[in-house]
Design a protein around this ligand. Sequence first.
Ligand code: ADP
Ligand code: MG
Length: 399
Amino acid sequence: FTTNYSTFTHTLTDDPSSDKDRVRVIIRVRPMNNKEYASDKQPQKVLHCVNENSIVFDGGQHSRRFAFDSVFDEASTQEEVFHYSGVKRLVDMAIDGYIATCFAYGQTGSGKTHTMIGAEGASIFRMDKNYRARNLGVVPRSIDYLFQRLRDKTMETSSPYYIRVSYCEIYNEQIRDLIRPGNPDSLQVRGSVEEGFYVENLYHTYIETIDELLTILEEGELNRAMASHKLNETSSRSHAMLSIQIEQDLPEYNDENEQMTRQGKLVFVDLAGSEKVKQSHSKGKQLVETNNINKSLLTLGTCISALSDPSKRAGHIPYRESKLTRLLADSLGGHGIALMIACISPSRICENESLNTLRYANRAKNIENVPIVKTDSKQNVINRLKLEVRKLKDENYQL
Ligand code: ADP
Ligand code: MG
């Protein structure tokens, strides 16, 4: 139903039903940019997509073939990536009550934001509809698909769904609210591996249309840029996390006293650039920054390594050592499901970082989750919401 533009035809295959679910990993190679074309090193390209599942890294002395769930070459479109990356499965499972996470990994400039949000970042919001539709990334396409599915489902079950969105970034091991930047800095992560982790006091807002989401993305991006400008930081060092909570009262428990609510969650993470920060530029405040950035990304790497190694998998996984890994705990070796989109440039200029990304992605595909639907009694959900409303009111009184 979609035209294929990339060199290879993609199809979707599903694993036979099992209680385990492997983390899916796809690669997206972006086209070379002018600077890379202008580079006089020959040959310029070190990556070659062999077919829709494999890619060869050829760095001269060192050549290696990697296999992934999908490989999208330079010619692939936003539409193809959305349809054949498996992200629709994440949306479907989030509707069914699972925690589903999609995260973009790769060095700065490799195409993470392009793939997740779209060609012009969130400013696509102001573009005309056709142009916008062509360039929208995985996140707005997923929301559009989510609303479509919910419309169909609501007709079947007559039990309404509610969508609550929150948006935050982790920079320097501090969490900042991107919807309500006035929220106290350094929000805390609460919870446990068993119960699930969450950001305490993070602002949530209900949405009903894709345009409302695009506004949140656009404002979030502005808030992100403003905060990093003020503090002399760069947003490529922060992790942006968009959470979309999907709530539905379960019709099969229609007893007043025991109403159950199902809460699925769809999470999109645009990770900080994976490149190594040059130590020579790291002085004073900057040094702290690199250490902490390394802490979140390093801990993510450590967790992925441990989880992908069958001999270490059952042992201690250091989720607690960074905010990022605590928030991703359910999707990596937990009760959620996950998709990793690894972005790379084919250019020789980027060969070391690209090889690192391929190795990293190659480990991630060995991680297994055991997905479980989480339900809660309606009374618990109401109590939590009441508490939240009271907190928000208190905040307003103080203004
Ligand atoms: P990152 O978020 O990883 O730092 P970006 O998504 O901002 O990288 O991409 C860097 C530049 O490359 C942007 O100008 C973007 O528009 C362009 N780009 C990235 N991926 C693609 C692609 N698949 N096709 C065309 N241009 C791309
Ligand atoms: Mg980016």
